[in-house]
Every structure is written in C-alpha cells, then in structure tokens.
Design a protein around this ligand. Sequence first.
Ligand code: SAH
Length: 358
Amino acid sequence: MATRPTSSGNLLGMTRDALEQLALEAGQAGYRGRQLYKGIYSRREQALDNLTDLGRPFRDWLSARYRITYPETLREFVARDGAVRYLLRLEDGNAIEAVYMPEEDRTTLCLSSQVGCVADCKFCFTALLGGKRNLTTGEMVGQVLALAKAQRIPRRTRLNVVFMGMGEPLLNLAAVMRAVRILADPEGLGIPLRRITISTAGIVPRIYALAREATRPKLAVSLNASTEEQRTALMPLNRKYPLRQLLQACRSYPLAPRERLTFEYVMLDAVNDSDADAQRVSELLRGIRSKVNLIPYNPGLELPYRASPLERVLGFQKVLAERGVPVFIRVSRGQDVRAACGQLSLAGVEGQGIGVRA
Ligand code: SAH
C-alpha cells in the first residue's frame, strides 16, 4: 500500500513507491518520483524549487500542493562534551527531543519514536509525560534531516542512528520500519542497517514481528533487572511481557553471522547493581549471542533513583566478564544539559512558555 501524503501536504516520510505514484498522478513519468525521493532524502533538499532535475512543470505542480517540512528547532542545549540536545516542534504543536552526539570518526543521532511514552519505566523521565501519540515516518526521518541541517553534517559523515530517545519504538513498529527503510536505502539517507539500532523495553510480540521483517536494523533490549520481581517493580510492562518470555523471544531472534543482541542495563544504586544481580544476568543470557551495555543512570530531581558508584559498575562488569559475557560501560553524553540516556523529558520547557502542546 502506498503511503498517502499527510493532510498538511508534507512530502517528508513518503516512500519511493508513494512518490512514484505521485509523479504519475501529476501526469509525469514514474521515474520522476524516484528523482524526487533522492532529492528529499539523499541530497537533503528542502526547497522544491531546488529540485531542478524534475523539470519546471512537475516542480510547479508539487509546489502548489506540497512542501518538505522538517521538525522545527525550538531550542538547542549544547553540552560541554559536544553533544547537543534539540527540542523540536512538530506540525501539530507537540514537542519531542533528539540528540546529536559527535565523535571523532562518526556521529550518532538519538531519535524519538513517540511523543511521550506509555511504558512507564519507574526510573525514566520520559515516562513522566505519559503516552501522547506515535510519530509519523516523516517526523522520524525529519529528526535526522533537521539535525543534519542544523549541524551542517556533511553527507560523507558516518552516521549512526539509535531509536533511544522518547518513546517505545516497537509500539510504533510500522512507521519506525518505514523510517528505517528510508534511512537505510542507498538512494535515501544511505545509513547502513548495521548502524541503525532500535531499542525496546521488551514488547515481546513485536520482537517476533521484527524478526520476520526482511530489512532489519540492530536490536537492543532494555533488560535492567535480574529477576521477574525486580523487573516488574522497575518496568511495570514486565507483568504483561515477563522476563522469561522476553528472553525466549531473544533466544529465537535471528542474528547475522557475527551479530550480537545488545542488552542494556541501567545501573541503579542499591536497586539492581549487586554482584548477585550480575551473576543472575549472566545466567539469564546463557544461550543468547549477546553483549551487555551498562548504562550509568542519569538522575534528576523528579525521580528518587541514584546512579551506582563507579566501583560498583566496575564490579558488576567484572562478574559478567568473568562469566564470558561481553560487557561494556556506556559513556554518558550530554549529561549537563539533560541530553543523556533517559533524561529526555521536556523538563522545564513548559515553564519557559514553549508549550508541549499547541
Ligand atoms: N523505550 C525504549 C527506548 C527508549 S529508552 C527502551 O526502553 O529501550 C533508551 C534506554 O535508556 C533504555 O535502555 C532505558 O532503560 C534507558 N534509560 C531510561 N531512563 C534512563 C536514565 N534516567 N538514565 C540512564 N538510562 C536510562
């Protein structure tokens, strides 16, 4: 089924098929739609008038009906380490956040998949917003294009994309997958699939659905606990999708030859960070080709959790490593501007008259 244009006439998010269809509707040859697709996503053009390869009549036809609109930057917060948190306004007035993280040899963009989140993880700041709505494909691809434009990221820069911002991507799977296909397409954004990661709180049936997709990005699973009871206390969705079922889904998840499933584990002081927890995690992951990313907790005033001390994180890592589990400590970026993992919350934004809703 072709993606229909949004009522606002924004071309962003339309697939190649949909744009080819549009060209036919305009009385043009189908391949004009493919040129349009490349112009929007590969050349990152925003002005229809710059798409000179389309010919004047088609450009005029498009301009009378359509636009290419990126999410609009409301504010940017520049961290000392170079990460930049963007507060972006969507066309309906809702706001979301995306994070730009430059490194020496590549740049990582952290994207939102929903406005707010329904998962209700007790340590997460986005949970405080509740669930508002799913983002459209255009709004997700638009985050990449908006940040690329704002940061003047050259097309040759190696980009990594992680769906680890606001929202639960697997609860918006169809639109996320359409975005992934546009991002990964060499004639689209051209970001290789192995550099695109979807992170999930563990929506079990959707992990099976993702496993059936022909085009699959990398999957990261937020484990965050070592027992059913502990996980239910931290992540209430564990009641609906228990650890046991989650790990079963992970065990059957198809991996490429050298690929590993990533498990994220947020280190919460005196909650889930003991040596016994680490030992249980190593047992849970037995039989799964996996690696574990330990995420230092990023605290905030609104929630009672604290970060584990570094010695504890190292101790936890040691127990896992000794049991043969590849385990890494994730560097926290953008902490000083609340751009770090799980800190995206629009905190303080409403008070500054920016309005989360129009
Ligand atoms: N809903 C998806 C993706 C968004 S959360 C998921 O749950 O995976 C991305 C990661 O940030 C998850 O691993 C989550 O456990 C972690 N996270 C949430 N709040 C955090 C915080 N305050 N500090 C550090 N990590 C956090």
